[in-house]
Design a protein. Structure first.
Length: 141
């Protein structure tokens, strides 16, 4: 049974520790914000933190692509939108956009490729067997 594309939206306020001396957000701060959104999106895909802790199967970032279009600054309220973008046999892609609250302009575009890995062996795992049918509109054959 095909499901809708899983999406998530989180909000972050830019703090002092997110910025440089000029009050502009550091690139690593954006990645932290995306990490939060990605973790919540993974939970929607059935990968809750406590369950991963028990099974020791984790979604691991294999690749990150990020485009910095416009800077966010101290005190901005940011909206991070994420979605499952593509599903392959052993990896999947998530896409994220960062905007200032109340604005349409995209500040950051980010795509990440992830794979499931069994720890502590570091063994790559296949994606859940129901994903090709569930997300057939996103599945790359």
């Amino acid at each position: 049974m095909r499901e809708e594309t899983p999406t998530i939206e989180t909000r972050e306020e830019v703090m002092f520790f997110d910025t440089d001396i000029g009050g502009v957000v550091h690139n690593i701060a954006y990645l932290r914000m995306i990490e939060t959104a990605r973790t919540r999106l993974a939970a929607k895909l059935g990968m809750q933190l406590r369950e991963m802790s028990k099974t020791q199967v984790y979604p691991v970032v294999v690749r990150t692509e990020i485009d910095y279009r416009k800077p966010a600054t101290l005190g901005d309220e940011l909206i991070i939108s994420g979605r499952l973008e593509r599903v392959e046999r052993v990896r999947f892609w998530m896409a994220f956009e960062v905007r200032r609250a109340g604005e349409e302009t995209v500040l950051i575009n980010c795509r990440q490729s992830l794979a499931l890995v069994q720890m502590p062996q570091g063994k790559p795992m296949r994606l859940p067997s129901d994903w090709p049918e569930k997300y057939s509109h996103l599945f790359l054959k």
